[in-house]
Design a protein around this ligand. Structure first.
Ligand SMILES: Cc1cc2nc3c(=O)[nH]c(=O)nc-3n(C[C@H](O)[C@H](O)[C@H](O)COP(=O)(O)OP(=O)(O)OC[C@H]3O[C@@H](n4cnc5c(N)ncnc54)[C@H](O)[C@@H]3O)c2cc1C
Length: 397
């Protein structure tokens, strides 16, 4: 517990070998992109099949073999967090290679909130309205605006408080989770069947963060990551199905927030899938008790002081999100992402456009994918006006 770095990453280091084996197998899963027939439908099935092959060649004693399998199982759970899915068995093998990782080291900056704040400074004041949930986007209509000499607009956006906005174009950026639950009523007339199918087929799961604040750290000052490995687990053995009794086993571990002078003594845990959704239904006190127990077991200290505070995300219960981010599920493909991104009506003129992470074919699930998809749709509109004849009116968005 407490280690972050694999020192001396070489053939002689067994932990490095294991991490290397997992990443080699995962790299292989990205090689089926243009393969007409995949050997198995999902990334999870492929990984387990390959791990089972590897085990046959291991010469370790049984105890070491089980420990190595337990570590590989933890890596699989980590992949569930990265893909935002309950199980890698739900992530399609063929399209997995289409997700593109940008080069360079991952980095953080003070807070993601700074990014929209920065973007807002370049927009006219009051052009962004907050706390205004939309109930329905009507398109293909002819809505009259009496305040503008009776000018008509094809799109009307109605909000929960009853206020209505008329527009020439609207860009919808609600999460795929919200669309899955509400697309039949949220967009009127309803989406064409191909687009509704894409919404149903693409995956949208849950990954949550759980922050624990301690009075005193139980980890060494240079510790950056605490990974939790359950020695009785293996990717080759079906996981327990009693979510209620064992939800906390899905937690992959904790990042240590650094530096403590800024954040205090805070750990950030990650948990994905149905166990994460179940965690959302518990009280703070129940989560705190369960995770104190986990930490006491992993440190071997039954008297370790519990955290003084817990704070967690609840992305699945959040009514305007209904999960965390998208993945390409078994039975779907990158084509579904492109279909989702297609504006309406299908044969022009542009009325309803779609952006957000789930509409980016190679960067789905990321903030950069979300941002680029917004720019893509903005460019689509700019091109429309660049190439059109002179306009009587300034378009309204
Ligand atoms: C735990 C976690 C960790 C993550 N870590 C990373 C990371 O390290 N790096 C990274 O790049 N990405 C990360 N992501 C993913 C990233 O946050 C998303 O990909 C990104 O926020 C998607 O942006 P978006 O604009 O598509 O959707 P969102 O950010 O979900 O925005 C959609 C907005 O639509 C609003 N909305 C929904 N319904 C309505 C309605 N009816 N009316 C009005 N508004 C509505 C929602 O309230 C929301 O504000 C993480 C996500 C989670 C959950």
């Amino acid at each position: 517990m407490g280690a972050h770095w694999i020192h001396g990453p070489s053939k002689e280091n067994p932990v490095f070998q294991l991490a290397n084996l997992f990443s080699t197998l995962l790299d292989q899963t990205r090689e089926f992109l243009h393969v007409p027939q995949v050997p198995v439908p999902s990334v999870g099935q492929y990984m387990r099949k390959e791990i089972a092959q590897q085990v046959k060649e291991w010469t370790d004693d049984d105890e070491t073999k089980w420990l190595k399998l337990a570590i590989l199982n933890m890596y699989l759970k980590l992949e569930c967090c990265i893909s935002g899915t309950h199980s890698m068995d739900q992530v399609g093998l063929g399209p997995f290679g289409e997700y593109t990782m940008l080069p360079g080291l991952d980095c953080t900056f003070p807070g993601y909130g700074d990014l929209p704040d920065c973007m807002l400074t370049s927009l006219p004041k009051e052009s962004v309205v907050f706390h205004k949930p939309v109930t329905v986007v009507r398109w293909g209509g002819s809505y009259r605006d009496e305040s503008q000499e009776g000018r008509t607009f094809p799109v009307q956006v109605e909000c929960e408080d009853g206020e209505r906005f008329l527009a020439d174009h609207v860009i919808i950026t609600v999460p795929l989770g919200f669309l899955k639950e509400h697309h039949e009523t949220f967009i009127d007339p309803p989406l064409p069947p191909r687009k509704a199918d894409a919404i149903r087929q693409l995956g949208f799961g849950t990954n949550n963060k759980i922050f624990l604040e301690f009075e005193q750290p139980f980890w060494p000052p240079d510790c950056q990551l605490i990974e939790v490995v359950w020695e009785d687990e293996s990717p080759l053995v079906e996981a327990g199905t009693d979510v209620q009794a064992g939800w906390f086993r899905k937690l992959i571990g904790f990042l240590v927030l650094q530096p403590p002078e800024r954040y205090g003594h805070v750990l950030c845990g990650f948990i994905a899938g149905k166990e994460s959704e179940y965690m959302e239904t518990l009280s703070d006190a129940e989560v705190l008790t369960a995770l104190t127990d986990v930490i006491r077991r992993l440190t071997g200290n039954p008297h370790l002081a519990p955290p003084k505070k817990v704070l967690r995300s609840q992305w699945h219960s959040a009514p305007y999100t209904r999960g965390s981010y998208s993945y390409v599920a078994v039975g779907s493909s990158g084509d579904d992402i492109d279909v989702l991104a297609q504006p309406l009506p299908e044969d022009a003129p542009l009325q309803v456009l779609f952006a957000g992470e789930a509409t980016h074919r190679t960067f789905y699930s990321t903030t950069h994918g979300a941002l680029l998809s917004g720019w893509r749709e903005a460019d689509r509109l700019l091109n429309l006006y660049d190439t059109s004849e002179s306009h009587q009116h300034k378009p309204r968005l």
